[in-house]
Design a protein around this ligand. Structure first.
Ligand code: SF4
Length: 168
């Protein structure tokens, strides 16, 4: 039988490319042990039958699960109306003017979840992350190629320094 450390090690291997594998694998292992004590099978399927706020509270009760992780699980696994805020969502929504300059990611999560129609959460989240990776990068965003520049406060107000047309 494998030791707890060995089982956490087995979890670490496949998640290594995402980084911080030793810490994450220990937390995942601890979470699975906790879940095993509560449920007959190691599954979070029952989450999707819960009311969104209750499901969120339940996930947040596990050590190592923060608001972003909980929101990602609820949106992508259960299709619940949640708008997780990662670094791309925070940057792009700030530039577009959807959130204020000083809005924290936690505040942005509350605001965007409320503001964006439920049926758009899933696809819009994916699209903004892709936009942030490919076009609206942290420095020198590709504003001249941006299909949504006409909706962008930062571009309109010259608050970003776009990549030059010549370097495209
Ligand atoms: S115009 Fe530029 S800053 Fe605005 S969303 Fe597009 S790439 Fe980002």
């Amino acid at each position: 039988m494998r030791s707890a450390g060995g089982r956490a090690g087995a979890i670490a291997e496949p998640i290594a490319p995402a980084g911080l594998a030793p810490t994450k694998s220990r937390r995942i292992h601890a979470l699975l042990e906790e879940l095993a004590q509560e449920c007959e099978e190691l599954s979070l399927e029952h989450l999707c039958d819960m009311e969104p706020h209750a499901a969120e509270e339940y996930l947040l009760s596990f050590k190592g699960v923060g608001p972003k992780t909980a929101a990602i699980v609820l949106l992508f696994d259960c299709g619940m109306p949640r708008f997780p805020v990662d670094t791309h969502i925070h940057r792009v929504s700030g530039r577009l003017g959807w959130i204020g300059e000083r809005t924290t990611p936690e505040q942005a999560y509350e605001l965007l979840t409320e503001m964006i129609p439920d049926e758009l959460h899933y696809q819009l989240h994916l699209n903004i992350v892709q936009h942030g990776r490919e076009t609206c990068r942290p420095s020198r965003p590709d504003c001249y190629a941006c299909p949504i520049s006409r909706f962008c406060d930062a571009y309109r107000n010259a608050e970003v320094e776009p990549r030059s047309r010549d370097s495209r």
